[in-house]
Design a protein around this ligand. Structure first.
Ligand code: NAD
Length: 330
């Protein structure tokens, strides 16, 4: 695996644009491809919107929006990049085809990563001549701020490719989490899915509105989750015995509170969910909500940085790398 100078973006929607912004901020050249009409304009506009956020969280010395090139073909991106991140719609047929096209055009040392939310890399390898470099790198929205990326390989992925991908993601300021088994939904989305099903049940059963359920997270457990995950938080919740004591008090078999089978998404449920979220948004447009979200996330991250905790440590380490790179340039 050689030096990665050019990052390829295949599919420049919400996630692809986030990857492009993160890579540009890390001082890389970016080649992007998206067949939808107007995609280049939307991508450049999105990056202009995001750039002030990146200036706040740290830019490598050579970072520039001018280093983005929008390509006319997938092959152009594949030939010119040393690391390609596929972020096309979540359809297995489309992703298998895209992987075989990228694999056919890219140098055999180029890593091909998919942003898939839960499909498996072994399936993406099916029609590849060089499957050893095919991995999943599952990010979280907004990709340019949230450090987590779940990294896993398929049956034919080489250990060398996984190591190279982990090192690359660290270099661009992320927290790569190696997922050791190839399981659908990986780790984080399985946890989110469990919560999401419960939310839909509570709305469907008219127990609570989307606003009440968001409050139940944002003012309590959500704040704690920014520091540690559920296990560490529950360990602190039962003292002096910690987790051992907690499991005796809160054995889920004694409190069968949840029902994890999903409810049917009826018209009525979809409407309740949508109207509930529109009420929450109030007068804010999507752009304005994204700005509020990014600003609040930076506030939380800065507070974690002061304590060198959780995601704050990832940002501290990355900003240290940026300072070192700037000093080396002087
Ligand atoms: N939205 C999220 O929160 C999120 C989070 C993590 C991972 N993901 C995953 O990231 C991927 C992209 O999701 P998104 O939310 O950005 O979707 P999106 O719909 O915003 O973007 C997908 C983009 O792919 C483009 N596209 C369609 N056909 C293509 C082709 N043949 N070649 C290249 N590009 C093509 C579309 O024009 C569109 O711009 C999906 O696999 C999704 O599961 C999404």
């Amino acid at each position: 695996m050689g030096d990665i100078r050019t990052f390829g973006v295949v599919g420049s929607g919400i996630i692809g644009a986030g990857w492009a912004a993160r890579a540009l901020a890390a001082g890389l050249d970016v080649l992007a491809y998206d067949p939808e009409s107007g995609a280049e304009h939307r991508l450049r506009k999105k990056i202009d919107q995001i750039w002030p956020v990146l200036e706040r969280t740290g830019l490598f010395p050579d970072a520039s929006r001018d280093r983005l090139t929008f390509c006319d073909s997938l092959e152009e991106v594949a030939v010119g990049s040393q690391f390609i991140q596929e972020s096309a719609p979540e359809r297995i047929d489309l992703k298998v085809k895209l992987h075989s096209q990228i694999d056919a055009a890219a140098s055999k040392d180029t890593i091909i990563a998919s942003s898939t939310s839960g499909l498996l890399p072994t399936e993406f390898q099916a029609q590849c001549v060089h499957p050893g470099r095919v991995i999943v790198g599952h990010p979280f929205n907004p990709v340019y701020l949230l450090p987590l990326v779940e990294v896993l390989g398929g049956e034919r992925t080489s250990a060398e490719s996984l190591d190279a991908a982990v090192a690359f993601y660290q270099r661009i300021g992320m927290y790569p989490l190696r997922v050791r088994s190839e399981v659908p939904g990986f780790l984080s989305d399985r946890l989110q899915e469990a919560l999401w099903r419960e939310i839909l049940h509570l709305v469907n059963d008219d127990v609570a509105t989307p606003a009440e359920l968001d409050a139940a997270i944002a003012y309590g457990p959500g704040l704690r989750w920014a520091l540690w995950g559920a296990c560490q938080i529950f360990h602190l919740a039962a003292q002096p015995g910690g987790m051992g004591q907690f499991l005796k008090h809160f054995d889920p078999a004694l409190f069968p509170w949840t029902k994890l089978e999903p409810p049917q998404i009826t018209e009525a449920l979809a409407q309740k969910m949508h109207e509930g979220c529109e009420t929450l948004a109030g007068d804010l447009s999507i752009d304005e909500m994204e700005q509020v979200r990014d600003d609040a996330l930076i506030g939380i991250i800065e507070s974690l940085q002061k304590r060198n905790l959780g995601a704050g440590k990832v940002f501290n380490d990355h900003q240290h790398r940026i300072r070192t790179a700037k000093e080396a340039k002087r």
